[in-house]
Design a protein around this ligand. Structure first.
Ligand SMILES: Nc1ncnc2c1ncn2[C@@H]1O[C@H](COP(=O)(O)OP(=O)(O)O)[C@@H](O)[C@H]1O
Ligand SMILES: O=P(O)(O)O[C@H]1O[C@H](CO)[C@@H](O[C@H]2O[C@H](CO)[C@@H](O)[C@H](O)[C@H]2O)[C@H](O)[C@H]1O
Length: 436
């Protein structure tokens, strides 16, 4: 079994250790949830690191037919794709069951419809989400980090305070990992009629490319009013987070320490992705300016990995998803207080991504590039205007920090793309060439 899993896991989108050989794979926990369904927690050792992943193992299905796409080996497959088996998760959460070490729970007062069957959501993801009917989305966290998942923690707190900008949380699955109660999965309201920000932004970019209008704001699919509303919603979510969790102020010494951390990460990224070396100086200078001119930074809980794929436009407003922070960072870091401008910077980067990613391989890339840049600038400034209008702090002196945080994000993206989508690497690299 461990040999089969070793061969299979390296091809999974959510596997964080791609490109490095696996030294050892061990099954740490193996629990039968129902006949033909086992829940496994596996440890993967690679060059001195150890990561834990969870998997639903189906043992009774047809791996040459219906479940061939989810095949792990003869007679065993990724049971996330088997709706008859995943029904067990919903029933478990509805009934508050304990199955071996796994605890299935729901929020007080929530009634779960256990008749619904699941489909795996097709979107590219770091986790695996099961959509039950058009009612629930249950996200299975693939890579397990001991402790309460920040998404469950934040969404539950914001729901308690009546936020309109989150998908309502319903239930979760947990187990002890290294002696700590650890979130394995959580179920939320499925926003069946909403569109995600990335898809909406891309529709606008495509329109712009196809139209003969000379400017981004004149194009049929103008996104700037949505970018503005997203800015307002982002500011409101930041206020809600500040109200629900502690806030603080980072003093000079901590600011310097933060800059040191970013320098270290930059060095690590240059080591991993040599193409970044020629741009490192731009980031160094931006970091240095923060160390030189900023002595205090207000901090609070933030989203931590904010981009257009994390927000959905419902008929009423923008809803924010996935408060998990950057996948792969230690939990303490993902829960640590930071400047809300980190999220603002993340979304600004996302407008650049949306504008540029269709250029790669486009026959008219050279003519389109100025339009792409114009589209990004328009939506970036609309988003910032909305953020200010919604009460987000954006003083003139914050520009230095915002620029540095954008480059911090771009450094993260460089390693993310090198590991996951190497053809997209030029997108974050371009961030260092813009003299903003
Ligand atoms: N509550 C929801 N309702 C509808 N779609 C959702 C919901 N949550 C997530 N999605 C869809 O799943 C995609 C990925 O979700 P996300 O939470 O960001 O997962 P991951 O952490 O794996 O990236 C989103 O871009 C969105 O399209
Ligand atoms: O959504 P996740 O939590 O899985 O976040 C990871 O994957 C994202 C890509 O799916 C990645 O985001 C980067 O690409 C986006 C376009 O696909 C772009 O909108 C973002 O701005 C860019 O950062 C994210 O960084 C990564 O953590």
């Amino acid at each position: 079994m461990t040999e089969l899993l070793t061969g299979w896991i390296t091809h999974q989108r959510w596997f964080a250790g791609k490109g490095r050989p696996i030294d050892e794979l061990v099954v740490d926990s193996d629990v039968e949830l129902t006949h033909g369904l086992r829940h496994l927690i596996i440890s993967v050792r690679q060059a001195g690191t150890r990561d834990r992943y969870q998997l639903l193992l189906g043992t009774g299905g047809d791996t040459s037919g219906r479940y061939s796409h989810a095949r792990i080996g003869d007679g065993c497959y990724d049971a996330a794709y088997d709706p008859d088996l995943t029904a067990t998760l919903l029933t478990g959460m509805a009934e508050g069951r304990d199955l071996g070490p796994l605890r299935f729970r729901h929020l007080e007062g929530v009634e779960i419809d256990t008749s619904l069957r699941s489909l795996v959501l097709g979107a590219e993801q770091s986790n695996t989400s099961l959509v039950y009917g058009e009612t629930y989305i249950c996200k299975m966290f693939r890579r397990l980090i001991p402790g309460l998942n920040p998404e469950l923690e934040i969404v539950t707190a914001l729901a308690r305070n009546g936020s309109h900008h989150i998908a309502q949380p319903y239930s979760w699955i947990e187990a002890e990992l290294d002696g700590e109660p650890t979130t394995l999965a959580m179920t939320q309201e499925f926003l069946a009629t909403a569109n995600d920000g990335w898809a909406l932004a891309l529709a606008s970019v495509r329109d712009l490319y196809a139209s003969l209008d000379p400017s981004a704001s004149d194009a049929g699919g103008d996104f700037s009013s949505e970018a503005y509303r997203l800015g307002v919603a982002t500011a409101e979510v930041h206020h809600e987070l500040a109200a629900a969790f502690p806030t603080d102020v980072m003093e000079t010494q901590e600011v310097k320490q933060m800059i040191e951390d970013h320098r270290r990460r930059l060095a690590g990224a240059v080591h991993e992705v040599p193409e970044l070396a020629e741009h490192a100086r731009v980031a160094q200078e931006a970091y240095q300016r923060v160390a030189d001119v900023i002595s205090e930074i207000p901090v609070q809980r933030v989203h931590g990995d904010y981009h257009l794929g994390q927000v959905m436009r419902t008929t009423g407003d923008w809803v924010v998803l996935d408060f998990e922070g950057e996948p792969g960072q230690p939990l303490a870091e993902r829960r640590a207080l930071s400047s809300p401008l980190r999220d603002v910077a993340g979304m600004l980067r996302s407008f650049d991504y949306a504008a540029r990613h269709l250029l790669a391989g486009h026959p008219d890339a050279e003519q389109l590039r100025p339009r792409a840049i114009e589209w990004a600038e328009l939506n970036r400034s609309s988003f910032l205007a909305g953020y200010s209008a919604g009460g987000g702090r954006l003083h003139a002196e914050d520009a230095v920090l915002l620029r540095a945080l954008e480059l911090v994000k771009a450094v993260y993206e460089v390693t993310y793309e090198a590991r996951n989508r190497p053809t997209w690497l030029p997108i974050p690299l371009a961030a260092f060439q813009m003299g903003r």
